[in-house]
Design a protein around this ligand. Structure first.
Ligand code: ES4
Ligand code: ZN
Length: 321
């Protein structure tokens, strides 16, 4: 087998790494009843028509994540798989509001994920950062309260992100939240231009001051925006298998990734919610390589981009590669 190329993963929802088998194991341990006969039946339900149909299942299945140990186990399982695929650095999203709504406090989530991340370098050879995402279909007040609740844990949280249902929830709704995050010294990213329009990508840059855009593929509808993103070297974290499974595009062969590289954009390849979308970062790399006919040099460029786009300091990023 070829050695996988060293890479960073920058767009990964830890809750989206919950494999059906682990979901059933955690359900049994926690006394939670799932509305599926078994793991195979659950996997059968992973036929999504759009982002919302996925989110409904994704938030529902989180019911099995209750204790800090559950989050530690979830994170360990991801890191082990990621290491096998050449991941040397991972910037990991989590959704505190989705857990708080079920009575699982932010501290439990951070302590649980953190216990895994603490050992990640020595166990898996993966350096990590943690990024707390706000649910954009919840209110700005709820996001502000979440940011407030995170204050005791800011030594373990590198930045903030914005995810969940995009259309109708534009970035500007969270202007104050991002201003406060900046005051607290947090890095800023946001999902934009996944299902929403190019205008949301522009707004994420101009109103939220994001340093990196998650997905962003709809920028391709706006040539002026593409020029700006290329000129300013704003990284875009693409998730090709996610886009196919959520019907943002029809097939991998329709993915704009190659056109985006040729337009001079700083794009990276990531897995988003790998347990739901048919593969981890390695399968995403292999998928676009085969569907788009990427060259070895283009694949190496994508791997280089992933370190350049990361929140590692320049000297750290060089060492990881
Ligand atoms: C997500 Cl694919 C995607 N888009 C938006 N929000 C999300 N949360 C988890 N996965
Ligand atoms: Zn995402």
């Amino acid at each position: 087998m070829n050695m996988p190329v060293p890479k960073a993963e920058l767009h990964l929802h830890i809750e989206g790494t919950l494999e059906p088998e682990l979901a059933f194991a955690l359900a049994a341990r926690g006394g939670v009843t799932l509305p599926y006969a078994d793991a195979a039946a659950l996997r059968e339900a992973y036929r999504f028509s759009d982002l919302q149909s996925f989110l409904d299942l994704y938030y529902g299945l989180m019911a099995v994540l209750r204790t800090a140990e559950d989050f530690t186990e979830l994170t360990d399982a991801y890191l082990e798989r990621a290491a096998a695929q050449g991941v040397r650095h991972a910037e990991i999203f989590f959704d505190p509001q989705a857990h708080a709504a079920r009575g699982v406090p932010l501290g439990t989530v951070v302590e649980g994920i953190g216990a895994s991340l603490e050992r990640s370098e020595e166990r898996y050879g993966i350096s990590t950062r943690l990024i707390m995402c706000f649910l954009r279909d919840e209110s700005a007040e709820s996001a502000l309260a979440t940011l407030d609740a995170a204050k005791p844990y800011l030594d373990r949280i590198t930045g903030v992100g914005l995810d969940s249902a995009e259309v109708g929830n534009p970035p500007a709704k969270f202007r104050e939240v991002y201003e406060e995050a900046a005051r607290l010294g947090l890095r800023r990213v946001a999902h934009a231009g996944e299902e929403g329009p190019a205008a949301y990508v522009r707004e994420a840059l101009d109103v939220l001051g994001v340093e990196r855009v998650d997905h962003g593929l709809r920028c391709m509808d706006d040539p002026e925006l593409v020029d700006r993103l290329a000129r300013e070297r704003v990284p875009l974290t693409l998730c090709p298998l996610s886009n196919v499974r959520l019907r943002v595009i029809d097939t991998l062969a329709d993915h704009p990734l190659r056109a985006m590289m040729e337009a001079g954009l700083l794009v990276t390849v990531n897995s988003d919610d790998p347990a739901y979308f048919g593969g981890y970062v390695g399968e995403n790399f292999d998928g676009v390589r085969d569907a788009l006919g990427l060259t070895g040099e283009q694949l190496r460029e994508l791997a280089r981009n992933s370190f350049e786009a990361s929140f590692l300091e320049d000297d750290e990023a060089r060492r990881e590669r």
